[in-house]
Design a protein around this ligand. Structure first.
Ligand code: GLU
Length: 453
């Protein structure tokens, strides 16, 4: 149990889109801070001027906001390393004045004809041991590092120097980051010690691997978080999934809200071995979270993905729309599936009478006259149901015995086909209940007339 106020940080380099790995690191830092009632701070490590771009910074901010991860320093001017040159310089000067670092004129590595003035840290050559919350004690022999270069000149500190100064100035108590940063830690501790800073706690979290256990990449579907958003994943499903990438609650439960995660998250349950990215599991969690949405949230999200015509129907015909919710909850994995359903014409017939191909109404070899008779009978049965009782159960009850007696296919297929105009659709009871008594009878009568001609 950590003592005093916890401060974590998320320091992305804005050199690319915000992807799964970044998001998982941000989430673990966020959960840890929130669990302990501490703070989490955001900072942009944009020292690589050539590769850092403001649109990447924006993409990272959008991804974080979408996941619902807030930061305790967002109302201040953002921390950007590129804007903190004077601060780094003053710490470099302090180290030089105290004799811990020195200026060293050397030939440039890449161009021996050129001289450079590097700042080097005097090495004590000792070994460094730090405690990692996930991996236990880790020891590095620093003798081989020699006198570490900490700046390329007094105004150009290397990345590790900036990190150490920033973590100190931000009051960071816990550094939670990817395992790929372990070897940086020894260098950063050497700099910290020279500056007289207190060492934060470290936790290096496992890499995320593809199903083939290679490092996760685009080809495993690890695209930008904003792509998941644009394809209609729910942020709560992503958060839930990301939390399980390297952490487990210690029992079988898997479906968590952000609030539950805050309550349960604990560094001691972070695993050492790589976390496998599993798209099917993410999809499964998305379905679970989608089922838990309120009707109005579910509809608002669905409507956002629909093409214009379906979108207007959804907005205008509330009765039909609400009746569609349970059907859509069954059929959608992500919200862009609603757009695909619409594009295949699988939503329109709920709102508009379909054009029915008369030659396809009959089931298999059933003669046309027989089909006509079935439709007439069905219409007569359905007419008897009161408008307010016109639900799946009573519709099914009304038709079932007749269908059993006459052959389910030859009775139910034509009803379903006439109601939807599609060879594939939900069962006829469901469609009839959604579109209502009036539209059901109108469509049946229209088909009876067409068949009779
Ligand atoms: N800017 C580094 C990265 O994006 C963060 C390193 C750290 O957390 O110390 O990987």
């Amino acid at each position: 149990m950590p003592q005093g106020e916890i401060v974590t940080r998320f320091p992305p380099s804005p050199t690319g889109l915000f992807h799964i790995g970044n998001a998982r690191t941000a989430l673990f830092n966020w959960l840890f801070a929130r669990h302990h009632g501490g703070k989490i701070l955001l900072r942009f490590e944009d020292t690589d001027r050539a590769r850092s771009k403001s649109e990447y910074e924006q993409n990272i901010r959008d991804g974080l906001a979408w996941l619902g991860l807030d930061f305790d320093n967002v109302n201040e001017t953002p921390w950007r390393q590129s804007e903190r040159g004077a601060v780094y310089r003053s710490y470099l000067e302090r180290l030089i004045a105290s004799g811990n670092a020195y200026l060293s004129r050397e030939r440039a590595k890449d161009d021996p004809g050129r001289e450079v003035e590097l700042v080097r840290l005097r090495s004590s050559g000792k070994s460094i041991t730090f405690h990692d919350e996930v991996r236990g004690d880790i020891t590095f022999d620093t003798a081989e590092l020699g006198d570490l270069v900490i700046a390329r000149n007094i105004d150009d500190p290397i990345y590790h120097f900036a990190v150490v100064v920033d973590d100190f100035e931000m009051g960071v108590t816990h550094v939670i980051r990817g395992e790929d940063h372990i070897s940086n830690t020894a260098r950063q501790i050497l700099i910290q010690e020279a500056l007289g800073f207190k060492q934060p706690s470290y936790a290096h979290i496992p890499l995320i691997l593809g199903p083939d256990r290679s490092k996760l990449s685009k080809r495993h579907g690890a695209t930008a978080l904003t792509d998941y958003r644009d394809r209609g994943y729910l942020p709560e499903a992503l958060v839930n999934y990301l939390a399980l990438l390297g952490w487990s609650p210690g029992d079988d439960s898997e479906g968590f809200t952000l609030t539950e995660l805050v309550r349960r998250f604990d560094l001691s349950r972070v695993q050492k071995s790589g976390a496998i990215f599993n798209r099917e599991k993410l999809d499964w969690l998305n379905r679970e979270h989608l089922k838990a949405l309120s009707e109005s949230d579910f509809l608002a999200a669905t409507i956002g993905f629909l093409p214009g015509r379906e979108r207007s129907h959804f907005k205008e015909k509330e009765n039909i729309t609400r009746a569609l919710v349970p059907i859509l909850r069954e059929r959608l994995t992500i919200f862009s599936d609603a757009r695909e359903l619409a594009e295949r014409g699988e939503l329109l017939y709920f709102f508009e009478d379909p054009v029915v191909d008369v030659s396809l109404i009959s089931w298999k070899e059933t003669p046309r006259e027989k089909t006509l008779e079935h439709l007439q009978k069905a219409t007569a049965f359905l007419e008897k149901i009161e408008e307010h009782d016109f639900d799946i159960k009573s519709i099914k009850q009304t038709l079932w015995d007749y269908a059993e007696k006459e052959g389910r296919g030859s009775v139910l297929w034509p009803i379903r086909f006439v109601l939807s105009g599609k060879e594939k659709s939900p069962d006829p009871f469901t469609i009839a209940a959604v579109i209502g008594k009036e539209a059901t009878l109108r469509r049946l009568r229209g088909a009876i007339q067409a068949l009779g001609q």
